[in-house]
Design a protein around this ligand. Structure first.
Ligand SMILES: [Zn+2]
Length: 258
């Protein structure tokens, strides 16, 4: 009985707290909540500030109701409004290191060819079920050529040992006329991507690349890295068109086509 009362009070508190964010400035495309502000998310460190890394850093970008963040909303808006993908449940989709709120949309719309994968390193904690998200290495994908109409690979390539091999693999398994969403944290002040895969010390990686499990930081040559592996790249900015959705004004959507 006491626990039940505690639950009711907690729910009431959460509800009142949520209402304090209600407003007309933003609308979350995932949960539909209208808010006057967004909550802080992300980490801050001198490297992120030094390189002005887009897609990282502490910022007000989190939905007060469902917790979605700016970069997930950008991908979702592209899929929902630009591709109308959720009306095409036959689409063959490969989702690497899936964002749960995005994955839930594919499940809700009963996609019949939706595959999720992630690399489970030893000792790594996974937030999702391994039945749902299969172990796979993006540098050596277990699929035939031209297997997917859509690939989502959002903030993955900065973690892998060989980003060129990973990009090659993504291109190989993408079907002709398919598209791959290839987001990474990127520094607009860095002409060339910097990388060092010999470093294993998290503190040094954070100091060099902005996060303790990143082995590179992409620069303005990112597009050419993707193109060198075969992709034809389209760079999209959707912030003006979808200004209510609390997107990062600097984030570019990198769409790779075959
Ligand atoms: Zn939301």
């Amino acid at each position: 009985m006491i626990n039940k009362i505690k639950d009711i009070l907690q729910n009431r508190h959460a509800y009142i707290n949520l209402l304090s964010h209600w407003g007309l400035k933003y609308k979350c495309p995932f949960c539909g909540f209208h808010s006057k502000d967004l909550l802080p998310t992300g980490i801050d460190n001198p490297t992120i500030r030094k390189y002005q890394i887009i897609g990282a850093g502490k910022r007000n970008a989190c939905c007060p109701k469902c917790g979605s963040i700016d970069r997930d909303r950008l991908v979702y808006i592209y899929l929902k409004y630009e591709l109308d993908i959720f009306k095409k449940p036959q689409t063959r989709v490969l989702h690497i290191a899936p964002e749960i709120n995005l994955a839930n949309q594919f499940l809700k719309h009963r996609f019949t060819n939706y595959i999720c994968g992630d690399f489970y390193a030893e000792g790594q904690h996974a937030d999702y079920s391994k039945d749902f998200v299969k172990h796979m290495d993006v540098q050596n994908l277990p699929f035939a050529d031209n297997s997917f109409d859509l690939i989502i690979c959002n903030h993955v390539l900065e973690h892998v040992f060989d980003e060129k091999k990973a990009t090659q693999e993504l291109f190989r398994v993408l079907a002709k006329c398919g598209q791959a969403i290839l987001q990474v944290p990127i520094s607009p002040i860095l002409e060339k991507t910097i990388s060092d895969t010999t470093i294993t010390d998290g503190a040094i990686l954070e100091e060099k690349f902005g996060q303790k499990d990143h082995v590179r930081l992409f620069g303005n040559d990112y597009k050419y890295i993707l193109e060198s592996q075969g992709f034809s790249i389209q760079e999209l900015k959707l912030q003006q068109k979808y200004s209510k959705y609390g997107l990062n004004p600097d984030e570019i959507l990198f769409i790779g086509k075959k």
